[in-house]
Design a protein around this ligand. Structure first.
Ligand code: FES
Length: 138
């Protein structure tokens, strides 16, 4: 199978590999697995007091496309609010990396990982996330 240059670039030079302290109140951790293949992805975000994601790290035990997808999204989420990060869809990732159809689930894993990381952050921080002000039951 031919991978795009962007996949190979992220696979060979993955950005933001590593871990953040999951017990830090400003860190959200998402750990997800792909039922289709058993690959596992951990993605973490560190959110500043202004609600902007200032750092992101990942560890992916999976295929090259999953590694590339998670590397890409750690770059994308930096500088975004958590709610902007939730707007990242697997279709954006698949398009950017030109993933073939059999590798779409790898990009879904990355979208799920962001959602899980934001959910963890919000669970820790529910009352102080800005959306709480306009939607009291979040
Ligand atoms: Fe399963 Fe890529 S083959 S995440």
């Amino acid at each position: 199978m031919a991978y795009s240059e962007k996949v190979l670039d992220h696979y060979e030079h993955p950005r933001n590999v590593g871990s953040l302290d999951k017990d830090d109140a400003f860190v959200g951790t998402g750990m997800v697995g792909a039922p289709a293949c058993g690959d596992v992805m951990k993605l973490q975000i560190k959110v500043g007091k202004d609600g902007i994601i200032e750092d992101a790290k990942f560890k992916t035990y999976g295929c090259g496309s999953a590694i590339a997808s998670s590397s890409l999204v750690t770059e994308w989420v930096k500088g975004k609010t958590v709610d902007q990060a939730l707007a990242i869809k697997n279709t954006h990732i698949a398009e950017e990396l030109a993933l073939p159809p059999v590798k779409i689930h790898c990009s879904i894993l990355a979208e799920d990982a962001i959602k899980a990381a934001v959910a963890d952050y919000k669970a820790k921080h529910g009352a102080t996330v800005e959306t709480a002000a306009c939607n009291g039951n979040k």
